[in-house]
Design a binder for this molecule. Structure first.
Ligand code: FES
Length: 123
């Protein structure tokens, strides 16, 4: 699980989601607490990066679904929850443990996989 630095706590804005880890996650600062979530809204998988954070609530920039900033649960539907990542603060710096990025696959491998799965319907 790679660890990504999000910089100093005091440098993180408190009013919006900040993208980290090549866009795979966002961090959200609420006071002195920092939370990290997968950068993907539960509605239509739009990035949450740049979404506003106000009164402890994240708002998706696309269609305005709202999530509790401290838990990642959707407001009014707590059974829906953003994927969370562990955050720790060391010497004032925010460190986030992200899942390993997906392995790179060549075009040739993707086409071969597609061909293997293709059902021609003649057999
Ligand atoms: S994609 Fe986030 S509210 Fe629609």
């Amino acid at each position: 699980m790679p660890t990504v630095s999000a910089g100093a706590v005091e440098d993180l804005p408190t009013d919006r989601c900040v993208e980290i880890g090549d866009g795979r996650a966002v961090v959200v600062r609420v006071g002195s607490e920092v939370y990290a979530y997968r950068n993907e809204c539960l509605h239509q998988a739009s990035p949450l990066a740049g979404g506003l954070v106000r009164d402890g609530v994240i708002t998706c920039p696309l269609h305005f679904w709202r999530y509790e900033a401290g838990t990642g649960t959707k407001c009014g539907e707590p059974e829906l929850r953003l994927e969370t990542y562990p955050v720790r603060i060391e010497s004032g710096n925010v460190l986030v443990d992200l899942p390993a990025p997906p392995a790179a696959v060549s075009w040739r491998e993707m086409m071969l996989d597609h061909a293997r799965e293709w059902d021609r319907g003649d057999g």
